[in-house]
Design a protein around this ligand. Structure first.
Ligand code: PBG
Length: 328
């Protein structure tokens, strides 16, 4: 046997790292943090082992824990003290995200990104204002009123920026949301606050555990009228292009692992930074399997993140951020 090319020569321990093509570092990772105005103590999130909802008073401590692992950036989600039809607590000056953000920005060096959406704040759990008659779900054709929602998203983003958020991340898949938020921010003189758009967000069964964590499950129906159909790839390019035209600074694909082809497409087609959201279901399923002794959690988590980066993501939002960063 005379093989001239033997790839195995470079798979020895001394050289493996030198020829490695993909690297995951702590600065690539963003850790989701849940701040809950309905509790005065930390509450473990059952479906996401190791994660908790923390009261506003604990937000700084929670972010310090993240920072101590080497992760520098957090995505803040809020659970408000009360919900209503229009989600008014989402843009309240003394709202849960606004209060937490003020404290985190004052007391830590974290880079603070805030989730801009209405589903945790509306009593019906949808990501915007409902169309007339949609309320009880009796007519499944009725859903979120797109253009009325835009105004509210602008208000939310401005209230987050006013509280000191470094970046805002609209996650509702409302048509025109990036443009509406950009002009609301600019009008309020927050020209330097960037927008990371959940540009291609799919209507995914992998969000289940998050909806427990953030208490944002729709009370009726689902989100298929505004989030993308998992079957569609070309449409993701169209969504991303629209967000870029409206001024998005960074582009997110969500979920991550079942949509690595989309991450790759966005990477190849556009120049903007690409983020991928390794969502709650991706986290929970590895934990559940590991709990049964069916796979090695640490190894599977790191391999997941390497795969997401290899597909082309610059940034990864992940519930594994702290665990993985600690071991890097
Ligand atoms: C809400 C929002 C969701 C997630 C992030 N922001 C849930 C949804 O669309 O139902 C999911 C995150 C996760 O599953 O980790 N707009």
């Amino acid at each position: 046997m005379n093989l001239t090319d033997r790839p195995r020569r470079l798979r020895r321990d001394g050289v493996r790292g030198m020829v490695s093509e993909t690297d995951v570092t702590a600065s690539d990772l963003i850790a989701p943090v849940f701040v809950d105005a309905t509790t005065d103590e930390r509450v473990p999130i059952e479906s996401m082992p190791g994660h908790e909802r923390v009261p506003v008073e604990e937000a700084v401590a929670r972010v310090e824990e993240v920072r101590s692992t080497g992760v520098e950036s957090v995505m803040v989600f809020g659970i408000p003290e009360s919900k209503d039809e229009r989600g008014t607590r989402a843009w309240a000056d003394d709202g849960v995200v606004q209060e937490a953000t003020r404290r985190i920005v004052d007391d830590t060096d974290a880079y603070v990104i805030t989730d801009v959406c209405l589903c945790e704040y509306t009593d019906h759990g949808h990501c915007g204002v409902l169309e007339e008659g949609a309320r009880d779900g009796a007519d499944p054709r009725l859903t979120v009123e797109n253009d009325e929602t835009l105004d509210l998203l602008g208000k939310i983003a401005v209230s987050h920026a006013a509280a000191g958020a470094d970046m805002v991340a609209p996650s509702g898949m409302i048509d025109g949301m990036v443009g509406a938020i950009r002009s609301a921010l600019d009008d309020a003189a927050f020209r330097d606050v960037p927008i990371m758009s959940y540009a291609a967000k799919y209507e995914s069964a992998f969000y289940g555990p998050f909806r427990d964590a953030a208490d944002g499950a729709p009370a009726f129906g689902d989100r298929r009228h505004y989030q993308m159909d998992p079957a569609n790839r070309r449409e993701a390019m169209r969504e991303v292009r629209l967000d870029i035209e409206q001024g998005a600074d960074a582009l997110m694909v969500k979920p991550a692992l079942p949509y690595l082809d989309i991450v790759r497409d966005v990477r190849e087609e556009f120049d903007h930074p690409v983020a991928a959201y390794n969502v709650s279901g991706e986290y929970a399923m590895l934990h559940a399997a590991a709990e049964k002794g069916w796979l090695d959690l640490e190894a599977a988590a790191l391999e997941s993140l390497i795969s997401i980066k290899r597909a082309g993501a610059d940034l990864i939002l992940t519930y594994f951020a702290e665990d993985v960063a600690e071991r890097l």
